[in-house]
Design a protein around this ligand. Structure first.
Ligand code: AMP
Ligand code: MG
Length: 351
């Protein structure tokens, strides 16, 4: 028997956690002028919500909504593996050694992906595409089942950061073995958040809170001069409760976990996060990892990578990198929190 942790649709599946981190509403007050402007919609198979404290005179609410939608749709059109016509899907269909011209956006994301892969000893690896599909977490409705050892061994040759070569300045990409497929689901949502931030700033917006499928970035303060507050969700499969509140002024917050996107077979839980070193879903007691960093792209990728590394190795690396990270570890009673020193400082400052 298998049970899915979440209904599948488009990127929702690939982008996993969805609303792992939810926006905690600030104080409303009676003064309607103090309410933030809101632009909300759907993209990448998930939802987004952008709050802006004050609109510049030359930006209407309609232009805000339209501009944000254009930014998120562009990232989807480039990097979705759920769209046959995306830039990434076209690359994935190519054979080995053929150079493929990539957009500046995709080149930027791939360069960061390679950097995070190096930083994490290969725990982060965007070439896991074929494994994600084999474990039935990729695009398309599939029966969820555990692949055989032979199937996994065969795919080993198609996975590895070293199997893709990015010529960043020349903005081109090639694969060094046939059938290599890239999956940017662990980093593209964070990048989309950064793109929206960049666009808002280019339009003179100085205070905002952006949330796409649970990944967030904030800048400035609300009109009442208090910082934007967000909530980190408790990693439970069925209920949605805020576990902890945090203010994220001029920073990003991303969360990865296995509590929304998984399947169960013979009493075992299979996460959508794959350990490239074993070709199998991560299998430890870590339920979620939340990372606070300057860019949302980095926070997103690191949250996935630290989920692969697990509570011991992950915590040690996060301390070494001085990253602000909250690990939620399953116990028989519920959950334990592990915080890095940098995260501790953030949450202390928050009380
Ligand atoms: P996230 O929700 O950001 O942690 O991203 C998880 C998604 O990234 C999965 O659904 C896969 O599509 C993909 N993925 C799984 N394992 C890895 C990995 N080790 N490195 C990079 N991407 C991964
Ligand atoms: Mg991620």
């Amino acid at each position: 028997m298998s049970r899915t942790g979440r209904p599948r649709s488009g990127w929702t599946e690939a982008l996993a956690l969805g609303i792992a981190v939810i926006v905690a509403l600030g104080s409303c007050g009676n003064d309607a002028t103090k309410q933030p402007f809101l632009a909300a919609g759907a993209t990448m198979g998930t939802t987004y919500a952008i709050k802006v404290a004050t609109l510049p005179a030359d930006l209407s609410e309609e232009q805000l909504a339209e501009g944000v939608q254009v930014q998120v749709d562009r990232v989807d059109a480039l990097m979705s593996t759920y769209r046959e016509d995306s830039e990434l899907s076209r690359f994935n269909r190519l054979g080995k050694n053929e150079w493929f011209a990539v957009s500046a956006e995709t080149a930027c994301v791939l360069a960061e992906a390679a950097r995070v892969s190096r930083l994490t000893g290969g725990a982060f690896d965007v070439t896991v595409g074929p494994l994600v599909k084999l474990w039935s977490f990729g695009p398309g409705e599939k029966e969820r089942r555990v692949p055989s050892d032979d199937q996994l061994a065969l795919l080993g040759e198609r996975v590895g950061q070293g199997l893709i070569e990015l010529d960043e300045s020349g903005r081109r990409l090639r694969k060094l073995a046939d059938s290599v497929e890239i999956d940017l689901s662990a980093i593209a949502k964070g990048f989309a958040v950064d793109e929206v931030a960049k666009w808002l700033e280019s339009r003179g917006v100085s205070s905002y809170l952006i949330e796409i499928g649970g990944e967030m970035r904030a800048k400035g303060r609300k009109t009442d001069e208090t910082p934007w507050r967000v909530g980190i969700e408790a990693p439970t499969d069925d209920r949605r409760t805020v576990h902890m509140q945090l203010t994220i002024e001029s920073r990003s917050l991303a969360t990865s976990g296995d509590y929304r996107n998984f399947f169960e077979s013979n009493g075992r839980r299979y996460s959508h996060i794959i350990d490239p070193r074993t070709s199998r879903p991560v299998a430890h007691r870590l339920a979620s990892v939340s990372v606070v960093a300057e860019t949302c792209m980095h926070a997103d990728a690191m949250a996935t990578a630290l989920s692969v590394l697990g509570p011991d190795q992950g915590l040690a690396l996060a301390e070494e990198l001085r990253l602000a990270v909250l690990f939620m570890v399953r116990t028989d009673q519920g959950f334990d929190e592990l915080k890095t020193k940098a995260f501790e400082r953030l949450s202390l400052h928050d009380r």
